[in-house]
Design a protein around this ligand. Sequence first.
Ligand code: NAD
Length: 302
Amino acid sequence: MTARLLDGRPVASHMWRDLSSRVAALAETGAAPPRLAIIIFERGGSSAVYAGGIARAARSVGVEPFEVEPPDGVSLPDLAARIGALNRDPSVAGIVIAQPVAAHLELPRVVELIDPAKDVDGATPLNAGRQARAEAAFVPATALAVMRLLHHYEVPIAGRRAVVVGRSPVVGRPTAELLLSAHASVMLTHRRTRNLARETRRAEILVVAAGSPNLIRAEMVNRSAVVVDCGINVTEQGIVGDVDFEAVRPVVSAISPVPGGVGPVTTMCLIEQTVRSAEALHARAEQDESLGRFAHRSISLE
Ligand code: NAD
């Protein structure tokens, strides 16, 4: 039997329709289109691919992306002033950093400059902490994409044994936390895990985010497993995931392809969080306006 394919494209299309109508609803109130700032330190390479993909997806739903390119050698205080201006600008709903950051800067120090309310890729320590406590937070888009994919294909999560391979703060760890919040029993594995195959074979839901092509082979999975592959590896054969797709697909119950699985959903998740931020900003502005009107009326009654 061949596994069900967890195709990310219909999930992304479904999200696109929902987000387009939410942005249109904001526009109907007379609000300007929400803006998404992409901070980019190096022209070309993976940064440009990342920024380009996000910008296209943003534009497609009516969000206005723009790139902010700090000058070479920018100091942390100078960067803080630039990001601070974006934090205060009510037209900016989201701020993301296209990695890598400039070599003389440390990523955690750069990320901390973003207002957590505009941190639409869930990168700041405050959002990570909130997520770890299962509170409402912006979360890393790839982790959210894994959950959207599982929900779309109605994969039961509560009570299931989930194994996540990879513990990075961007993918593995936040995915494990979201699965835990959805009531799975979660095992988080990594490079130092002894006997990885013994752990992955126990998984009913197996999420792989290791950055290692063909890491997961047929003998490492069980027949009932739902496998979600987050890996993006550029090889001579093209882009492949972390799972040996051809060998694993015949021996599991469902599997996501690479490309076309988690990837397209990830981009939409980032835009979804941007739209959520825009809606919150809009609601706050309306509230401030009505409070202002109320204050004005009470003053004029005196
Ligand atoms: P990372 O290098 O920061 O982390 C890799 C993790 O995998 C580490 O915790 C490491 O311990 C673990 N690991 C590596 N090799 C292992 C092995 N042989 N056995 C067990 N554990 C192992 O990478 P990352 O940023 O988390 O990215 C992981 C993968 O996901 C990469 O291929 C990356 O390109 C991809 N990615 C995809 C998306 C997306 O939208 N689909 C987004 C971000 C990253």
